[in-house]
Design a binder for this molecule. Structure first.
Ligand code: HDE
Length: 703
């Protein structure tokens, strides 16, 4: 006999309180009115979305079930190819506000009127890892900005590092193949620390300047909010008189630059692989809108001719000390997308998207990119009509005769879809308003050649290195040592050290020593000698330009039952005043009862909120709870890691046993601030502005 049938499981009814079962087992919606009926993609109302159509109660599913087939078919096709590079990214909406008219330099509409606001969408990304990889990989960060100007979309598809690995786009596939997972074993994921990458790099001396940046703290930013963005290439601005000025684009974060320590990055990846995403989401949801200033380095042909390097070479930068950037506007991100896929995944950035008044230079990397970005969108988004997706559509009026193709949403209306026509219909060109290329005169033999002016690969690498503060230099040496320690082929390790000898002997010796090289190799052959006369440029350092404030940063506050309520209140109040945030960490996520009997809500239990997730920590346990707390390995790690990562630690007297168990009670330094009561809060907040006590580092690290 057939078992009794029901059209929905009890479980489903409990899960979806909006559905109730009628007497005959049929489904009814309650509180309808606010809930629209579920339909198929064709708009047909669905009666039952829990059970497929069957013969009998336990029989086979029938092919006729069009709702089932449509649902599964659509699910099967949910994925599109991830980006071949920059697959993991996170975006937000906002606006760009122009400070003053730049009509003198450009006729770009976006720069004509002071105070004009232009809608913007920005996507930040890592380069090497796949879509599901971790946020704190050592990697370049993409900083791609789409500006929906009144004369078309302008994409500044930049990075958080102002130079690049290679000088000619034809080498890009090799670079990317080498850094991605090795093709036979399919690992390592999102890591440059492997033979293939360093093999390619050590055979590509033009990458040395970029390598200095990628081994610096720039490649492990604290969050997207604390990093710079760069257009990298030299572009042109062209004014109404068709006069050209060269330009380099720089985005400067209002909250200053900040990075994490490498050991911290590794642990963040385990504790919160979405650390950067969450940071952007949380701050925008909290109304703390991240902001960057657009600054331009503007220069003419005479400057370009007098510059030590070729302005068309993307492995070089123009130090700000030599050419001060001028602020021209600000970018504010104030809204998260409604849907990640629709906006962040489908957004299509293209270097070739420039409005009239912005033009390209002959940088061979940029020229190659101008082909690649359009090409890749066709593959990724499945057809030529990706501008019909709203995130990619211009927000200004647009008219053209492009038609048909997969998923065409907008086609020309009426009879005429060509120009010229004798019906007087449709849009026409506007020679005055339209994009005109700068009429640069070019001549010369057709040849595959690299200009001699691109030949110096070491001088700016050295300049970057000597511009760093001692802790930052130490981080570069440690990063190189770490990365090369993962390279199995000894000859590659040595070859890299031979390049470092051309950059800085001290650095080469540190890395050689760290790798345990028996003997130092000879310096790598170089076409040109490294210039020793390039002065240190402090603008290249993160630490030399610290923000000196805790604004936008996060304090982790460890509490227990009995925590001093007055101190906690004073601390959280002061943080709010400083524009900083905090998270409460307690033994249980349910919270803890403070000394005045109030329940303090916790955001994390100790194991879920390790100190690597915070910029600094405060330890406010009570005397009564400290014995239990010291038994918790995660509580001991919380303190030991904060110390090892050179963070500031505020602590109450009752926390001393925990500091002892964490092994730091005897080495407390200026970064460890005793909090005896609310009166100490102001001075604690003051020291937090320094963000880290790097002077502690030699005590907690071997090299
Ligand atoms: Fe890209 N790059 N790139 N790149 N790039 C892509 O385009 C390419 C380069 C950058 O958030 C791809 O839509 C070539 C430099 C960012 O969607 C692809 C070369 C800089 C993003 C591509 C470069 C960048 C990309 C992959 C060598 C900094 C992410 C998916 C000449 C100035 C954009 C896509 C986003 C993405 C090609 C080098 C930045 C394949 C051929 C230099 C921020 O078209």
């Amino acid at each position: 006999m057939a078992k009794s049938s029901s059209r929905v499981s009890d479980q489903a009814v409990i899960h979806d309180q909006k559905l109730v079962r009628g007497e005959g087992g049929e489904l009814h919606q309650i509180a309808h009115g606010s809930v629209p009926p579920l339909t198929t993609a064709q708009g047909g109302p669905v009666s039952d979305d829990q059970n497929s159509l069957k013969i009998g109660s336990r029989g086979p599913t029938v092919l006729e079930d069009f709702h089932f087939r449509e649902k599964i078919f659509h699910f099967d096709h949910e994925r599109i190819p991830e980006r071949v590079v920059h697959a993991r990214g996170y975006g937000a909406h906002g606006y760009f506000e122009t400070y003053e008219s730049l009509a003198k330099y450009t006729r770009a509409d976006i720069f004509q009127r002071a105070g004009e606001k232009t809608p913007a969408f920005v996507r930040f990304s890592t380069v090497a890892g796949s879509k599901g990889s971790v946020d704190l990989a050592r990697d370049v960060r993409g900083f791609a900005v789409k500006l929906y100007t009144q004369e078309g979309n302008w994409d500044i598809v930049g990075n958080n590092i102002p130079v690049f690995f290679i000088q000619d786009a034809i080498k890009f596939p090799d670079l990317v193949h080498s850094v991605k997972e090795e093709p036979d074993r399919a690992f390592p994921q999102a890591q440059s620390a492997h033979d293939n990458f360093w093999d390619f790099i050590s055979l590509t001396p033009e990458s040395m300047h970029m390598i200095m940046w990628v081994m610096s703290d720039r490649a492990i930013p604290r969050s997207f909010r604390f990093m710079e963005g760069f257009g990298v290439h030299t572009f042109r601005m062209v004014n109404a008189k068709d006069e050209s000025t060269f330009v380099k684009f720089h985005w400067k974060p209002k909250l200053g630059l900040q990075s994490v320590a490498w050991n911290e990055a590794v642990k963040i990846n385990g504790a919160d692989p979405d650390f950067h995403r969450r940071d952007l989401w949380d701050s925008i949801q909290a109304g703390n809108f991240p902001e960057w200033e657009l600054q331009l380095q503007l220069f003419d042909q005479d400057f370009a001719d007098s510059f030590d390097f070729d302005v068309l070479d993307a492995t070089k930068l123009i130090p700000e000390e030599l050419l001060a950037p001028i602020p021209v506007g600000r970018l504010v991100l104030d809204r998260m997308p409604d849907n990640f896929f629709a906006e962040t995944e489908q957004v299509a950035f293209m270097t070739q998207n420039v409005p009239p008044g912005i033009d390209f230079s002959n940088d061979p990397l940029l020229q190659g990119r101008n082909f690649s970005y359009l090409d890749t969108q066709l593959k990724r988004l499945g057809g030529p009509n990706f501008t019909h997706i709203s995130i990619n559509a211009p927000k200004c009026p647009f008219h053209h005769f492009q038609q048909d193709g997969h998923m065409a949403m907008r086609n020309p209306v009426g009879r005429v879809n060509y120009q010229p026509n004798s019906f007087g219909d449709g849009p026409r060109e506007s020679p005055q308003r339209g994009f005109r290329s700068f009429a640069e005169t070019e001549e010369g033999p057709k040849q595959r050649i690299r200009a001699e002016s691109f030949a110096d690969h070491y001088s700016q690498a050295r300049q970057f290195y000597i511009s760093q503060t001692p802790p930052e230099q130490g981080h570069i040496a440690a990063a190189l040592t770490f990365e090369l320690s993962k390279v199995k082929t000894a000859a590659i390790r040595e070859r890299m050290v031979s390049h470092l000898l051309n950059i800085d002997e001290g650095l080469a010796n540190r890395v050689g020593d760290g790798l345990g090289l028996k003997a130092m190799p000879k310096p790598a052959d170089a076409t040109t000698a490294t210039r020793q006369d390039l002065a240190a440029a402090p603008s290249l350092s993160i630490l030399a330009n610290g923000p000196d404030r805790f604004e936008g940063r996060k304090l982790g506050i460890l509490i227990t039952d009995g925590t001093d309520a007055a101190l906690l209140k004073a601390l959280t109040g002061a943080l709010a005043k400083a524009g900083a945030s905090f998270e409460i960490i307690a033994p249980k996520v349910g919270g803890a009862k403070a000394s005045d009997g109030s329940l303090i809500e916790a955001q994390q239990m100790i194991g879920g909120g390790p100190s690597v997730l915070y910029d600094a920590v405060a330890l406010l346990p009570s005397q009564a709870a400290i014995a239990d707390l010291t038994k918790e390995a995660t509580a001991r790690d919380f303190v030991a890691d904060a110390f090892a990562h050179c963070k500031f630690i505020g602590y109450v007297e009752a926390a001393m046993p925990l500091l002892e168990k964490a092994g730091i009670a005897d080495t407390l330094d200026d970064g460890c601030v005793a909090l005896s009561g609310p009166k100490d809060v102001a001075s604690f907040l003051n020291v937090l502005g320094a963000l880290r006590l790097w002077a502690r580092e030699p005590k907690v690290k071997m090299s």
